[in-house]
Design a protein around this ligand. Structure first.
Ligand code: B12
Ligand code: SF4
Length: 446
């Protein structure tokens, strides 16, 4: 069966497409089906996309959605369905945690809850052979009952390597995941919710073997070029024995620079040096707030500002560039907290920064909190998800306060860039290009 995965771009064309479909595509291919890929770039009209879909003549359309992609995907799928009668299945974090909303929109026939490889294969087989689809685990059919879940795939090495032709990567720069699930309880985070979804079914937290990761990278090098690896794991530095063994072998077996995401709570001075020796050139840390109170009481992240200062020092000393991510406009935040966040960002002076106005993602603890407190009104839910303007009505700060600090962060980032350009002796050199080439890309993870 021909299964077309439509990548729905928002705001700008992303350098990498969603990873979920790349895993599902590899799994379907292993079982004899034909996955196809189409990017709905932001510059493309609805009519062009509808025409391109028709040209590829798929038997099933699959869309992977974050909340930000939802609005555009709803319009696109509606238009595609008006023109052709292709069945449509949506999966990923937004359909998993807002399934009723997705299934009530025109054109969406199925939602996949949680992990999609086995569920998608069963759906495709059923559609191909005209079989009943209502009892497929993880697949919620429009008008049907909520399905039960199959246990998460274990060990993770059983999942075939992601199909690279579905990712639209820049040549030589590859995106790899070594784990699924994150064990921390951050109240604002969508990733965390998978653990709760699978409660009573199985443990969503799993890691691939190092051997499997190395085999994948060696295979890529044999068939194409391998210049830089971006590990997209939520927190690369959990399971420290795994990380230590990985570092010991990576330099000899792979030997190209890489980026990771980490939490300051999960690294030590010694581990950072090991990572740097292995080839780690860039790490993204979520700082989120400069207020210890907001991190502790609102985010359930009881780490103190001092820890960030210490770890940023160790990271620089190890020669690893830092991107730091911050959030503005959280529930219960005051102007003093906003000020503290900006002050901390100035003091930490990371190589790059990401700053995001808080958006309450469905399924998260803070989403429910905002609904209960009346901070998130019904009409705000109809607006496009974004990280530039607050959708909340907060009693402690105004939308204007948040916008003011967003602008201050923009000024801070511009001044960081300006001072960096002056301080760098040879900004046009090959070393500088290698070191900075992929920094902005993984800084946008949010
Ligand atoms: C890699 C990544 C990116 C990459 C790639 C995006 C992507 N969608 O893959 C990039 C850098 C582009 C990116 C960008 C952004 N991201 Co991001 N990203 C991630 C991250 C760290 C990993 C996702 C991943 O690859 N997981 C591995 C795969 C295998 O898991 P999976 O996606 O869940 O897929 C499985 C199932 O969901 C299902 N499935 C998925 N799709 C489909 C489709 C079909 C048809 C079916 C049947 C099944 C299915 O099957 C898959 C295999 O089992 C997640 C955190 C997380 N752990 O989920 C955040 C996350 C998805 N990102 C998030 C955000 C907010 C963003 C940004 C808005 C950041 C920003 N501020 O600009 C942008 C917006 C992206 C967009 N296109 O709109 C939020 C989304 C929250 C939400 N409810 O929407 C997350 C959850 C992070 C968080 N802490 O909350 N991101
Ligand atoms: S914010 Fe990061 S550390 Fe916290 S639960 Fe989400 S992925 Fe894990």
């Amino acid at each position: 069966m021909r299964v077309l995965f439509l990548e729905v771009d928002t705001e700008r064309d992303w350098a990498v497409a969603s990873l979920g479909p790349a895993f599902i595509a590899a799994y379907l291919r292993r079982h004899g089906h034909e996955p196809l890929f189409l990017r709905a770039g932001i510059g493309r009209s609805m009519a062009e996309i509808v025409r391109d879909v028709a040209g590829l003549d798929p038997d099933l359309l699959g869309v992977s959605l974050t909340t930000r992609q939802w609005k555009r995907a709803r319009a696109l799928v509606g238009a595609i369905r008006d023109a052709h009668g292709i069945p449509v299945v949506a999966g990923g974090i937004h359909p998993t945690f807002s399934p009723e909303t997705v299934l009530s929109a025109p054109g969406f026939d199925y939602v996949c809850l949680g992990e999609g490889e086995e569920a998608a294969l069963e759906l495709v087989d059923a559609l191909e052979h005209g079989r009943e689809t209502s009892s497929i685990r993880n697949i919620w059919a429009r008008g049907g009952d909520r399905p039960s879940l199959r246990p998460p795939i274990a060990p993770l090495d059983e999942v075939p390597f992601a199909a690279r032709d579905m990712l639209d990567e820049l040549e030589g720069c590859v995106h790899v995941t070594t784990q699924r699930g994150c064990p921390f309880p951050c109240t604002y985070c969508g990733a965390r919710q998978f653990h709760d979804l699978y409660a009573g079914v199985g443990d969503y937290g799993r890691r691939r073997s190092k051997e499997s990761v190395f085999e994948e990278l060696e295979g890529i090098r044999r068939e194409a070029s391998l210049d830089y690896v971006i590990f997209l794991d939520d927190t690369f530095t959990i399971h420290q024995p795994w990380v230590r063994e990985f570092c010991a072998a990576y330099r000899d077996r792979i030997g190209v620079p890489f980026s990771i995401h980490a939490r300051v709570e999960t690294v030590s001075q010694e581990l950072l040096h090991r990572l740097a020796d292995a080839g780690c050139r860039h790490v993204t840390y979520g700082v989120e707030s400069g207020s210890d109170r907001i991190r502790r009481e609102v985010m359930r992240r009881p780490v103190e500002n001092e820890r960030f200062k210490e770890v940023f020092g160790w990271t620089r000393e190890a020669g690893i560039m830092i991107t730091a991510n911050y959030m503005l406009g959280l529930p219960e935040e005051t102007r003093d907290d906003l000020r503290a966040t900006l002050d901390l960002a100035e003091e930490l002076a990371a190589f790059d920064l990401g700053y995001f106005v808080f958006y309450p993602y469905p399924g998260t603890h803070l989403f429910h909190h905002c609904r209960e407190k009346g901070y998130l009104k019904d009409e705000a839910l109809e607006r496009e998800a974004n990280h530039r303007e607050s959708v909340l009505d907060l009693p402690t700060i105004s939308k204007g306060d948040i916008a003011e600090y967003y602008d201050r962060f923009t000024v801070l980032r511009a001044s960081l860039y300006a001072s960096r350009a002056q301080a760098t002796a040879l900004p046009g050199s090959a070393e500088y290009r290698d070191a900075t080439a992929h920094v902005g890309e993984s800084a946008d993870l949010g």
